[in-house]
Design a binder for this molecule. Sequence first.
Ligand code: SAH
Length: 259
Amino acid sequence: MVHFVGAGPGAKDLITLRGKSLIEEADVIIYAGSLVNPELLDYAKENCEIHDSSKLNLDEVIELIKAAENEGKTTIRLHTGDPCLYGAIREQMDILDDLGISYDSTPGVSSFCGAAAALNMEYTLPGVSQSVIITRMEGKTPVPAKESIEALASHGATMVFFLSSFDTKGLSERLIKSGISPKTPCAIVYKATWPQEKSFICTLETLYETAVKNDIHKTALIIVGEAVSQNGYDKSKLYAPDFTTEFRTGTDKNANSKQ
Ligand code: SAH
């Protein structure tokens, strides 16, 4: 059995209880050493076999899993954040399907949540933005044309850029060219929830210089949008005193309970 487990964004205590229990019971752990906090391996039992997948290719990962299966061992495939985002899990699962090896998934706290926590930020401020676009710049992996930065920027939603801090210059230039105001607030969050966490608030036109000045070119998220200012929003209807919900009666009996 293989368990795909989300390790969380960094801090050792931000893995789920389920993820921790699975690590404690695992015979083999294959962890993404480039981003997973190695302190999480402290939860593993003493004789657990541990491999860093940043030094392995897909075939080698599968060989390790096959060898473990042949011995009736349990393997944890430990991915950073939540495995459902940029986790390259589907390609592994498809091979496991072909091999008849069973697996399941345990979610983790994604780094975009860790970054919001670092900033004490709400991405979805009423009256400002009610959507979060999670995307990335092209790197070795292309991004479909219909999801280009220019196309996505036209929505004006809060945008969270993964895997993009290597080119903050290109990112800001493209966003500005696509019509977003150069004064749009941005945040850079480096190593969210790690002891080395750093965060910076800037604007689209100062994004590049902020990244350069602070030597940020990897392991960071770039957040772009008016929501970053955490200003100018409307109060939620959910907690408005006059509003009636399924769970409480408000002072205005005519206000409906639409979300
Ligand atoms: N599945 C992961 C994302 C893996 S892609 C998740 O849910 O978070 C790797 C990218 O995630 C990095 O290039 C960086 O942009 C971002 N990232 C991962 N951990 C991070 C952290 N602690 N702080 C800021 N960004 C992080």
